[in-house]
Design a protein around this ligand. Structure first.
Ligand code: PTJ
Length: 266
C-alpha cells in the first residue's frame, strides 16, 4: 500500500506496512503485530519522542556495553524488520556479537533474519546453531550460543519477553532492555530498562557509544552511579507530567525538544 506523504500519521503507517510486509515474508510473527500495537499505544502516551529518562538509560546502556568483555545483542523478528541497519551499526561501533533469538523459533525464520542482518552489514551472526540453553526457561527462547548470549556478560535484548530477561539476570548478566511499556515484566526485570522506541533507542545508544568511547573514567562513573529505580521513577514522573498536560489542555501538548547533551546526565 502506498502511504501519501501528506498523511498526518505517515511515519506510523509506514512502520505498520513494513511490519505487515515482513509478516507476509514470515520474518515477523502475527504476535509481533500485536506487540507493535501495544508498543505504539505507549509511544502515544510518551509523546512519540525520546524522553529525558530514556536518554539517561541509553547513556548508561552505552557505558555498560563499552565496558563489557563479551557484549551481545539479541535480535527477533520485529527488531530485524524495523531496525536491522541501526542494530548492525551499533554492534559494529561497540563492537558486539549479534545473536538471533526467537520466541517463535523456526529454522527458516532464524536463517531469514540472519540473512537480513548480513545484508545490513553484520558478520558471523549467531543463533543458527545454538549449543547451550539458558537455565530455568522452557520456551524456545532458551536456546543460545556459548559464544554469544550464553557466555555474554552484557546483553542488549530489545522487545524481549520478561521470562528470559529474568533468566538472563539470574545468570548474572547485565540485561539492557528496550521496551516502550514501562510496566512489562521485561522493563521490571532488566538491569537497565530503556523505555523508548527501538529505532530511536539504538540511534541514541550509538551516539553515546561514540561520545564515550575514549572516556573510560566517565564510562566507569556512569556504570557505577546508574540508578535503575531512580530512572524508572523518572519515567513514571514523566508520564504523570504528560497526563497532567493532557488533562489541562484537553489535547496533546506539543512535544518539547529534548537536548541530548543537556539532559542526559546520570
Ligand atoms: O520474533 P519472535 O518470535 O521472537 O517474537 C517477537 C515478539 C515481539 C512477538 C515476542 O518477543 C513477544 O511476544 O514479545 P512481547 O511479550 O509481546 O513484548 C514485546 C514488547 O515490545 C511489548 O511490551 C511492547 O510494548 C514492546 N514494543 C513493541 N514495539 C516496540 C516495542 N518497544 C520498543 N519499540 C518498538 N517499536
Amino acid at each position: 500500500m502506498k502511504i501519501p506523504k501528506s498523511h498526518p500519521r505517515h511515519d506510523s503507517l509506514v512502520t505498520r506496512e513494513t511490519l505487515v510486509k515482513a509478516w507476509r515474508k514470515g520474518i515477523v510473527v502475527p504476535e509481533g503485530l500485536i506487540a507493535h500495537g501495544r508498543g505504539e499505544a505507549w509511544d502515544y502516551l510518551l509523546g512519540e519522542g525520546t524522553t529525558a529518562p530514556a536518554l539517561v538509560a541509553e547513556r548508561a546502556a552505552a557505558a555498560f556495553l563499552l565496558r563489557a568483555r563479551r557484549p551481545v545483542i539479541s535480535v527477533n523478528g520485529n527488531v530485524a524488520a524495523l531496525a536491522a541497519r541501526d542494530l548492525v551499526s551499533l554492534a559494529r561501533a561497540i563492537p558486539a556479537r549479534i545473536e538471533v533469538n526467537l520466541f517463535h523459533r523456526s529454522r527458516s525464520r532464524v536463517t531469514q533474519i540472519a540473512s537480513i542482518l548480513e545484508k545490513a552489514g553484520a558478520e558471523a551472526v549467531l543463533g543458527i546453531r545454538p549449543d547451550a540453553r539458558i537455565p530455568g526457561l522452557d520456551s524456545k527462547r532458551a536456546t543460545a550460543s556459548r559464544e554469544g548470549l550464553y557466555g555474554a556478560d552484557v546483553v542488549l535484548v530489545p522487545l524481549e519477553d520478561g521470562d528470559r530477561a529474568e533468566a538472563l539476570v539470574r545468570m548474572g548478566k547485565v540485561v539492557i532492555s528496550v521496551d516502550l511499556n514501562p510496566l512489562s515484566r521485561t522493563s521490571q526485570r532488566a538491569t537497565v530498562p530503556i523505555v523508548d522506541e527501538i529505532r530511536r533507542a539504538l540511534r541514541n545508544i550509538r551516539k553515546f557509544v561514540d561520545e564515550l568511547r575514549d572516556r573510560p573514567e566517565e564510562t566507569a562513573r556512569i556504570a557505577r552511579t546508574y540508578d535503575r529505580v531512580g530512572n524508572m521513577r523518572a519515567v513514571y514522573s514523566f508520564i504523570d507530567w504528560r497526563l497532567g498536560e493532557l488533562r489541562r489542555a484537553g489535547n496533546p501538548p506539543a512535544r518539547r525538544k529534548v537536548k541530548r547533551s543537556a539532559r542526559a546526565s546520570t
